[in-house]
Design a protein around this ligand. Structure first.
Ligand SMILES: [Fe+2]
Length: 351
């Protein structure tokens, strides 16, 4: 018998064996192992960039096609081109751009998915969470914690657009999605505007305060304050070679991330910044708050301006550059989950 014939015999025997064990709901690990346990992350998530100027006409057009109430949430999903039809921007996170027109209401509901809102355009619309209204301005970072009632409205004279970031795919894979709609579109308000920020965000906590959830008790982290902090800190000139000056949003009661499943960050790149290469296992979504510049993501160059969004997949090296002037970048990822599980890794430079 030739060697080829012997190999064919083995292949035929194995196939027949796989078919027989398949009838018993069994399958051989050795045929799939190399795809399951891989030497380093290899994601279906692709690097991608969305220019806001290209998207804005489509977002406003949606405002003529469907009301916020009819849509429940009028959002265009920023869908990763590597995972079409899956409503996700990274493997674990969802992102979209939501439009609220003057006078509209996005009715109250609650769900186990945690959400962040990052205000991209407009001023004066609100998100109500747990009986408190947060008036939103550009650059504000707003949280609707898991299982809290929330509704959105716009009492201003102009459209407002914000980026939604949710842990939808993560909750989907864990199969713990619950959702309820409220009887009324707008929830009753029980607290004054700014209550949570005053109570928990002034470097103070109510005496005897015990956290009631894993999410920050602050609903709105105003950009005005974030920007002021960055501007004051820059005077020390202590720039990180990869990140410039990068801060993370925290839960003031625990020091942990502001949300249990999503880490959120704000960073300042000074004029002339040429960042070194960096990579981490948390695929990250960036939204440009101020300025213009570019990022190298793998071999691709993404030129960005204010309000653009781009995504960097897990473990792909990237660097930020701001040749023309200061730039400010907001970003979010699933880093808290990876860190809690002891899985998160990063590497700097060419290592
Ligand atoms: Fe919601």
């Amino acid at each position: 018998m030739t060697q080829t014939a012997a190999t064919d015999d083995v292949a035929i025997a194995r196939r027949a064996y796989y078919e027989r064990i398949g009838e018993h709901k069994l399958t051989p690990l050795w045929e799939v192992l190399h795809g399951l346990v891989i030497p380093q992350p290899k994601s279906a998530c692709m690097a991608a960039l969305w220019h806001y100027d290209d998207l804005r006409p489509f977002i406003l057009e949606a405002g003529q096609l469907i009301t916020a109430k009819e849509a429940e949430r009028r959002v265009l999903i920023l869908e990763n081109p590597g995972m079409p039809g899956q409503s996700r921007i990274t493997t674990s996170l969802y992102a979209g751009l939501q439009l609220i027109l003057p006078g509209e209401v996005a009715p109250a509901h609650r769900h186990t998915q945690s959400a962040l809102r990052f205000v991209v355009e407009g001023s004066g619309a609100f998100t109500a969470v747990d009986g408190e209204k947060a008036i939103m301005e550009e650059g504000d970072f707003v949280i609707t914690p898991s299982w809290t009632w929330h509704d959105h409205g716009n009492d201003s004279a102009k459209p407002m657009v914000w980026m939604d970031g949710l842990d939808i795919p993560l909750i989907q894979s864990l199969e713990c999605s619950f959702m309820e709609r409220a009887a009324e579109d707008s929830q009753p308000l029980s607290k004054p505007v700014g209550d949570s920020l005053a109570r928990y965000g002034a470097g103070l906590l109510p005496v005897d305060y015990e956290p009631q959830s894993r999410t920050s008790p602050i609903f709105n982290y105003p950009y005005r304050r974030t920007r002021e902090a960055l501007e004051t800190m820059r005077r020390v000139e202590a720039w990180d070679a990869c990140h410039g000056l990068k801060m993370q949003y925290v839960n003031p009661a625990t020091g942990d991330y502001a949300m249990p499943t999503i880490g959120s960050f704000m960073q300042l790149l000074p004029k002339g910044f040429n960042g070194e290469r960096y990579r981490a296992t948390d695929a990250t979504v960036f939204s440009i708050v101020e300025g213009e510049g570019y990022s190298m993501v793998g071999e691709e160059r993404f030129d960005w301006v204010k309000r653009d969004t781009f995504v960097v997949p897990s473990w792909v090296p990237y660097s930020h550059h701001a040749p023309k002037g200061d730039a400010v970048l907001f970003s979010f990822s699933d880093r808290p989950v990876q860190k809690k599980l002891g899985l998160w890794r990063e590497s700097r430079g060419n290592r």
